[in-house]
Design a protein around this ligand. Structure first.
Ligand SMILES: [Zn+2]
Ligand SMILES: [Zn+2]
Length: 270
């Protein structure tokens, strides 16, 4: 049976949560979130297949969020209440009490990119990002969006920052691509360029790895002082980039101790 992308992520998170004690709690929570996301994505794909024949939208990310999404948001809040770390459980309970109109407001502000709370880690970012991620991924795939322009610094589809890099084996080496922190699109990006500021000077772009996590690299920039982690599939063919990025917490702690700021924190707000 062919596994879907979400199923592969779930399986990998289960595998790594048994292996990395430092990430076990986060990965177990991620598994619960990803199971919800998988189901939600499948529903959205079914309804967009039924809507086939409707003229494709050239700017699907500029479309307003359908208010009926808030029905599913209630299910998502229950998942967080049952599986999340305590502060998120409490935030979920509070949100449940706030009602549908305020849910739609929260989701719409994030979708439009107009919510300042989304710029810093915390519940204000977590809830809309994690809930809307399958919707964003489905919006991109059902509109058949393709990209062949010059390599952009932001996601060519939803215009969010990349959350991680991936090195895929090509010939003798690896081709780097970036993965969107929201809609999970992947686009090719030159290897020796900072995705934060465009720095191209090799000497200003240090790369670090750790003994226990050889397949994850910290790619930092001494010009803008940001970093991004890149999952090297030439070193581990079993890795699932989004999950391995999330699991390699010690590298974040190390990079932040060196004074670098992460270009974009991940779904787990790290
Ligand atoms: Zn995107
Ligand atoms: Zn930079």
């Amino acid at each position: 049976m062919v596994q879907s992308e979400w199923q592969r992520r779930i399986a990998r998170a289960e595998e790594l949560s048994a292996q990395y004690s430092f990430a076990a709690e986060i990965l177990r929570f991620y598994v619960a979130i990803a199971r919800f996301q998988e189901e939600f994505y499948a529903e959205l794909e079914t309804s967009s297949a039924e809507a086939n024949g409707v003229a494709p939208d050239s700017e699907p990310f500029a479309r307003a969020l359908p208010p009926e999404l808030t029905v599913r948001f209630g299910t998502f809040l229950s998942v967080v209440e049952q599986n999340g770390p305590r502060p998120l459980q409490e935030a979920a309970r509070e949100l449940r009490g706030a009602g549908r109109n305020s849910h739609l407001q929260l989701l719409t502000a994030f979708w439009n990119g107009s919510d300042p709370g989304a710029l810093q880690p915390g519940p204000g970012d977590f809830f809309p990002r994690a809930f809307l991620q399958p919707y964003a991924a489905s919006t991109r795939t059902s509109a058949n969006m393709l990209w062949n322009g010059p390599t952009p610094y932001l996601c060519p589809f939803c215009k969010r920052k990349p959350g991680l890099g991936v090195l895929r084996p090509v010939g003798e080496g690896g081709q780097r691509s970036l993965v969107c922190s929201f809609c999970l699109a992947e686009w090719e990006f030159r290897r020796i360029v900072c995705p934060g500021c465009g720095e191209e000077n090799h000497a200003k772009l240090p790369v670090c790895t750790a003994e226990e996590l050889k397949h994850v690299r910290v790619e930092a920039c001494d010009s803008c002082r940001t970093y991004i982690k890149t999952v090297d599939l030439t070193k581990s063919g079993r890795a699932e980039p989004i999950v391995d990025e999330m699991a390699s917490i010690p590298l974040d702690l190390w990079a932040q101790k060196q004074g670098y700021t992460k270009l974009q924190f991940n779904l787990m707000q790290f």
